[in-house]
Design a protein around this ligand. Sequence first.
Ligand SMILES: [Zn+2]
Length: 201
Amino acid sequence: MDELPPTQKGRHHEIRALGLREFAGLKRDDEPLDPFELARYANLLVVPFEQIAALSPETVEHLTGDGKNAWSGGAASHKLPDGRKLIILNPTHGKNRHHATLMEEISHVFLGHKPSRLAIERKNEKGEIIARDYNHAIEEEAYSTGVAALVPYTALKRMVENGKTINEIARHFGVSRALVEFRIKISRLWELYSKSVFSGS
Ligand SMILES: [Zn+2]
């Protein structure tokens, strides 16, 4: 059995995240997970924002202009005729944020969450959910499971012990620095991180 995080919530998410990584065919705990590849297995169709023909020019202008920081991605509430589910990602966000957003959507599917959510989720810069007019517990489970799949506990702990910086860990896994910081803190590794970074090892 793999070593699990110290908190009950952490273990809950980690066990599911490990299942997702296994499903993705990953063998090592430090192998980067490509959510775009995993999305295909999860029956999700990630469509480039430019290809969504149903949006009015005003909507597009808002979503990529004034409103661009207020959403990270969205899932269509209805399935396509072939059973796949449509996902769009905010085109003004970079690759790292797309990875986290897409992993959350994959987690919703994997965890069997009912698609009764709002189509658009609002998050702040750190990926924390700021709009709570849908089921918060469901969102937390999906987000936390997704980020645990991207940055697994055992690999994270080992890298922290070996003196790797947040920057290096983020680059390795293809995620944002904020996401790594979140994972370190929520996994109760912050003290260990501070010690190994400031001791210069
Ligand atoms: Zn969600």
